[in-house]
Design a protein around this ligand. Structure first.
Ligand code: SAH
Length: 331
């Protein structure tokens, strides 16, 4: 299972180290609003109800989730002149997420009712047909678990590993997407939308820049093995459950589930940026690393990461950040 992002609001927290994700979302804000304005038939969707329900799947601890929810609600308000319309936002993440920090930092003066829903989105989270818009950003790259049967010595990811490893990741992704869309098909009301932003590669053989960061962490772990600080088998048995799928593969998996129509599928690409790279990696992956290696080893990994950060920076500035934005409508 994916480990949650670093909680709290301290130096290494996700709340303070998630501007990469935020920058992608900020660039997409108008597109997100347009998607809401253009693709909903509110009368049909709401029938006689006055409550519009939005879910953010994999919300983490903010502030990105608050920006996204505000953008969606802003678009809905502009679209609908009914003054009696009320909004509910369901903030979902795994049970280990720091919901206390999330709920304590809810925007003052917000115009929606907030609820927290803990649990994996690779399973049912809501009653049937109860959600009008589901949003999920930078989340579906996390697999439900490490694929089974990986014997990828000294590889912590499928990048640079034998083909069988990449296939095992793809198989797990296919299974997870199947479950994700089956569950959402039950939960999203007819005419409702799913808005997905996720990392993806634009050609089959391209490497994603976050995968380049994994290779950097891997090289540090291998150094530690060579120096006798860490046992080889600890590294061999560690695999990060994240995939950066090829765009056409994502399309195929969406189409496999017949309940959603692809209204929009847009490629995202932004220039390489290595600002605060190590802090971002730490906020996002410290939990995953700590579960396996323990906090002492992980502390050392990040001390070494800072010593060698020039290597990471040159890799990251030379690779662009790629992904997709998808709008799906429930038939
Ligand atoms: N949406 C936020 C956070 C992205 S970080 C943003 O755009 O900034 C990825 C989040 O997905 C993490 O908080 C992680 O806990 C969550 N996540 C990963 N797998 C999940 C699952 N199976 N169910 C629910 N949340 C999950």
């Amino acid at each position: 299972m994916a480990s949650p992002m670093n909680g709290g609001s301290g130096t290494y927290s996700y709340a303070r180290n998630s501007t990469w994700q935020r920058n992608v979302a900020a660039a997409l804000e108008n597109t997100l609003k347009e998607a809401v304005m253009e693709n909903l038939d509110l009368q049909k969707l709401l029938c006689d109800s006055d409550t519009f329900v939005v879910a953010d799947l994999g919300c983490s601890v903010g502030p990105n989730t608050f920006h996204a929810m505000e953008a969606i609600i802003d678009a809905l308000q502009r679209k609908c002149d009914k003054t009696t319309l009320e909004f509910q936002v369901a903030f979902n993440d795994q049970t280990g997420n720091d919901f206390n920090t999330l709920l304590a930092s809810l925007p003052v003066g917000r115009n929606y009712f907030a609820a927290a829903v803990a649990g994996s989105f690779y399973g049912r989270l809501f009653p049937s047909s109860s959600i009008h818009i589901a949003h999920s950003s930078a989340t579906l790259n996390w697999l439900s678990r490490v694929p089974e049967g990986l014997a990828n010595a000294a590889k912590i990811h499928y990048t640079g590993a034998p083909d069988a490893v990449a296939r095992a990741y793809q198989d797990q992704f296919e299974e997870d997407m199947g479950i994700f869309f089956r569950c959402r098909a039950r939960e999203i009301a007819a005419g409702g939308l799913i808005l997905i932003t996720m990392g993806a590669v634009l050609s089959r053989d391209a490497q994603h820049r976050v995968a380049a960061a994994f290779t950097f962490i891997e090289s540090i772990l291998i150094d530690m093995v060579k120096e006798g600080v860490l046992a080889q088998e600890r590294v061999d048995s560690f695999n990060i459950p994240i995939i950066f799928p090829y765009i056409e593969e994502i399309r195929r998996l969406i189409e496999k589930n017949k309940c959603f129509e692809i209204v929009k599928m847009e490629k995202l690409e932004s220039a390489g940026n290595s600002e605060n790279a190590i802090m971002h990696i730490r906020a996002g992956f410290e939990g995953t690393l700590t579960t396996h290696f323990g906090s002492e080893i992980v502390e050392q990994v990040f001390v070494r990461a800072i010593q060698h950060q020039h290597k990471l920076h040159s890799t990251l500035t030379s690779t662009s950040s790629t992904g997709i934005f998808v709008v799906l409508r429930r038939n």
